[in-house]
Design a protein around this ligand. Structure first.
Ligand SMILES: [Zn+2]
Length: 259
């Protein structure tokens, strides 16, 4: 990853492994591997310091009842910044979770039935309610892929132009603004062919520009060939949508003027 970033001429690069969750999934760091992760990223920072500035972060999953105290965990790890996102949608007092990410649409469909009795509106409202509580409670540096719920939907259960849906996303954007977080423009869904637009969709990138919301660009890469996938296109979309700045981290969050 580091060598790929150096090869692409990057000045800064942040690692953001999925933070541990208190149950088994197949993508988060195991709790017992956290120290290895922190030690290894420190080693790389030092080793490549003349070529690139590296940062250690994690992407925290915010899950109702299960993972709400994100800041306490983050503080223990001493990270440079944090990303918080929702991948698992859960109603209070329920034991079931709806996994809305990953590569399989069948899981999205199956768990929508199991967890929300197929009621898409209840599921989507729970997703955004969880996201807004995450923003208000955690106030992360970066809010990750805020409309990932649309990825496996593919216009089947709901359309992004429905007024109830628009209200939920707008409420989320306001929460980001109010808490002075940075909204992630995430290119992964598009370059993986899982989504036909960025996270968030272009219409929300435009709305964010009108609200003067801070945005940063992330590839959410899971291997070295993806470190800058669709970066240029993301910057173009920001500009076309009316954003004057893109935010980046060099030890502090800063705005770079888009020209
Ligand atoms: Zn994520």
């Amino acid at each position: 990853m580091v060598l790929a970033a150096i090869n692409k001429g990057m000045d800064y690069f942040g690692f953001s492994a999925h933070a541990p969750v208190p149950f088994n999934d197949n993508f988060a760091l195991q709790k017992e591997d956290v120290n290895k992760y922190l030690t290894e990223t420190e080693r790389l920072k030092e080793k490549y310091k003349d070529h690139i500035q590296l940062f250690t972060s994690m992407e925290f999953d915010y899950i109702t009842d299960i993972m709400e105290d994100v800041n306490k965990q983050a503080k223990d790890y001493g990270l440079d910044y944090i990303i918080a996102s929702v991948h698992m949608v859960k109603e209070k007092s329920s034991k079931l979770m709806w996994f809305i990410d990953g590569s399989k649409q069948e899981i999205y469909d199956k768990q929508l039935q199991e967890v929300f009795d197929g009621d898409i509106r209840r599921g989507v409202e729970t997703f955004y309610d969880q996201t807004i509580r995450m923003i208000n409670n955690v106030r992360p540096d970066i809010v990750g892929h805020l409309d990932k719920i649309k990825m496996h939907n593919k216009d089947r259960y709901f359309k992004q132009t429905e007024s109830w849906y628009i209200d939920l996303v707008m409420e989320t954007l306001y929460a980001i603004k109010e808490n002075d977080c940075i909204c992630e423009l995430n290119t992964r869904g598009l370059y993986k062919g899982r989504s036909d637009d960025f996270f968030p969709s272009t219409q929300w990138i435009k709305a964010a520009a009108e609200m003067n919301l801070k945005m940063t660009v992330s590839t959410d890469c899971h291997n070295a060939t993806e470190v800058d996938s669709l970066f240029d296109k993301a910057i173009e979309i920001l500009k076309e949508s009316g954003h004057k700045y893109v935010w980046y981290f060099d030890g502090q969050w800063k705005a770079e003027k888009l020209t």
